[in-house]
Design a protein around this ligand. Structure first.
Ligand code: PRX
Length: 631
């Protein structure tokens, strides 16, 4: 393990020299004066005094050198569109979008909320923001009005960029009315809404004076050139909301210089992708993986990036492998759920020329040994699991094969701490665990470049959420249980808190509870994550109704269950829809009123909840078990 160990050790012990070297991966209009300003723990300012621009580094510098090289390969198996933009073309489109922003009064530091399906204009919209020093907040297209409104109220965007509709599995999914509803319930709705009209929903409503048509404005700005705005390395590039233990998502704030450096270096040392090569990351721009590895990472590296609208199964389960063959994809990045879905298909779909593929990366949720082994054997290339979070912005655990090619893969483990992360596993009293002892995964600050710089507008929440695990030592808590073996390899054992992971998507059970609670029939509810063979986990709700006649018969229970699911769809989006809603007479709690979530989870998974001496009403658990049996 020698070479990587040395590299890692240098990143921790000779931190500033190490990161000064990594900073060479990007263009600096003005070189940084201080590599790491850690004078105000746990806040850190990376590359202080430096001036740079994320869009310049991702687009302009490649367009200047290789204007005809492919940059963005757009494939939609939903609409049948397929189009490649060269770096030159990408730059033109980004500048047009930036010119539209200028026309609409968007200035450096303003927020722009992007609520869009996977279409090229979403990439232009993101890149145009960072070109001007405006801060984007991309909201996953699968979220509905209440989720959207919370994010609008927190970021207070001047402008929202959207499309009238998305598509999934061949069905048109109207977006616009969800945004209209979000604006209606929001305290600080945007002044303007820019709409990319895809022609999918001819009847969508426009709000006079607020809604603007992208195609019309694009014509109007014509060939306008918009120079990049050089910003401080510490200037925020984006906000991305993520669920936590409260009902209110946190706005993870990312800087500019540190993020660009971290991503650019990760492209070489982790993802082993370089100029002229092609990357296909199957995530969505609404998630952190999409930000980093559909948009910024591959473009920073001068690669072509595939932006895919569709599912892994349509028009047939061979689609991804046909894309690998057609575009000679070198680096692929997906999530374990997708692989578990593909594993169930006819293996002949994989019989394609996959010889361009060098590595296959997976992240977002635990990768079980069986799936890891299967995909490795099916593809015949190294399959690298990597563990990280919205907060970190890039991998925390991985195998840095770009530093040392022969680092051994351990099935079921995302590998070793990535350079820059001073990672340890802690007992609950703050002492360190020994080998093979389960504990909480923590990182000793300063967090490396690329990680969140704070929670948007809430520095105190940044400190209290992430750095208050122990009084001493000061540690960033990942809120994940982990275990480290004698070779330093970690295994992640799941969350410490009430966050659940559904098909690689992170959801807060509190948010789902709040949505369900808004249904007038419901008195009280608890949501837990229950094991699922394909999705990893699914949300399951246990609800107490106000009027028992609503659940008197099995039919009545079924009808109310559907109604509750619909409430969640409308407020949060189908992604958060509970898999089941069980109606119970009471919820199991401790004598001090704490919900016994682990017991609910055990019962829903068909396990024994064990002995619970602190339970308030021992009959409650039996009633829950009965509700599950009778549903
Ligand atoms: O619990 C861990 C799990 O997903 C959480 C972070 O989710 P999110 O903020 O959506 O960011 C995903 C970025 C890849 C983590 O706290 N998680 C993520 N990757 C893995 C994982 N669990 C096990 N193995 C992984 N590779």
């Amino acid at each position: 393990m020698g070479k990587y160990q040395d590299f890692y050790r240098r990143s921790i012990e000779d931190r500033d020299a190490f990161w000064a070297e990594q900073a060479q991966f990007i263009h600096w209009e003005k070189a940084p004066e201080v590599i790491c300003d850690y004078s105000n723990p746990p806040f850190v300012k990376w590359f202080k005094g430096g001036l740079t621009n994320l869009c310049y580094n991702a687009v302009d510098r490649h367009a200047a050198k290789r204007p005809d090289a492919p940059a963005l390969i757009y494939v939609s198996t939903e609409t049948g569109e397929e189009k490649t933009y060269s770096y030159g073309e990408l730059q033109r489109e980004v500048e047009r979008m930036a010119a539209i922003y200028r026309k609409l009064g968007v200035e450096k530091g303003d927020r722009v909320l992007i609520y869009m399906p996977m279409i090229p204009q979403a990439a232009f919209a993101m890149l145009a923001c960072v070109r001007l020093g405006a801060i984007h907040s991309v909201v996953f297209g699968g979220f509905a009005s209440a989720s959207l409104a919370t994010r609008i109220d927190d970021a207070k965007p001047k402008l929202v960029v959207t499309a009238e509709a998305g598509m999934r599995n061949g069905n048109v999914i109207p977006y616009k009315h969800l945004l209209d509803e979000a604006c209606r319930i929001s305290q600080s709705p945007p002044e303007k809404v820019l709409i990319v009209d895809r022609g999918l929903d001819p009847n969508f409503a426009r709000v006079e004076g607020r809604d603007l048509d992208y195609a019309t404005l694009r014509e109007e700005v014509g060939e306008a050139r918009v120079p990049v705005e050089w910003v401080d390395a510490t200037h925020p590039s984006y906000i991305l909301y993520t669920s936590g233990t409260t009902g209110k998502p946190k706005g993870v704030q990312r800087d500019t210089g540190g993020y660009a450096v971290a991503l650019a270096s990760s492209m070489k040392y982790i993802f082993c992708g370089g100029e002229g090569e092609t990357m296909f990351c199957t995530s969505d721009i609404g998630w952190v993986v999409g930000h980093g590895y559909i948009i910024y990472g591959p473009l920073l590296a001068g690669m072509a990036t595939v932006m895919y609208e569709g599912t892994p199964l349509r028009p047939d389960p061979g689609i991804w492998w046909r894309l690998v063959e057609k575009y000679r994809i070198n680096v692929m990045f997906s999530a374990p759920t997708a692989v578990r879905v593909l594993k169930k298909q006819d293996p002949s779909y994989m019989k394609r020329d996959l010889s361009s593929l060098k590595h296959f990366f997976l992240a977002g949720e635990p990768l079980d040994e069986t799936t890891h082994r299967w995909i490795h054997e099916a593809l015949g290339v190294p399959v690298i699991d990597n563990y990280w979070q919205t907060e970190s912005g890039w991998p925390i655990l991985a195998l840095c094969r770009g530093v040392q090619e022969d680092l051994p893969i351990k099935y079921g483990s995302p590998g070793l701490p990535v350079y820059g992360y001073d990672l340890h596993v802690y007992r609950e009293d703050g002492t360190e665990c020994g080998p093979n002892e389960k504990g909480i995964v923590g990182v000793v600050p300063p967090l490396p470049p690329g990680c969140l710089s704070t929670v948007w507008g809430q520095d105190d929440r940044f400190v209290s959420t992430y750095f208050s695990l122990f009084r001493e030592p000061l540690v960033y808590s990942t809120a994940d249980w982990g275990i480290r073996d004698e070779n330093g390899y970690l295994t992640i054992l799941g969350r410490v808190d009430d966050v659940i992971n559904v098909a690689g998507h992170r959801l807060g059970t509190r948010e789902i509870e709040e949505a369900i609670q808004s249904n007038p029939a419901i008195a009280e509810v608890a949501v837990v994550g229950v094991r699922d063979e394909v999705k990893g986990q699914v949300p399951v709700a246990f609800a107490v109704v106000k009027d028992p006649s609503r659940i008197a018969t099995r039919e009545a229970r079924r009808a109310l269950e559907e109604e509750v699911k619909k409430t969640v769809d409308e407020l949060l989006g189908a992604i958060a829809r509970p898999h089941r809603v069980y109606f119970v007479q009471g919820l199991p709690k401790t004598r001090s009123g704490k919900m016994l979530r682990r017991s609910l989870q055990a019962l829903a998974e068909g396990r024994d909840p064990g002995d619970l001496p602190t339970i308030e009403d021992p009959a409650a658990l039996e009633m829950v078990a009965e509700a599950i049996r009778e549903s």
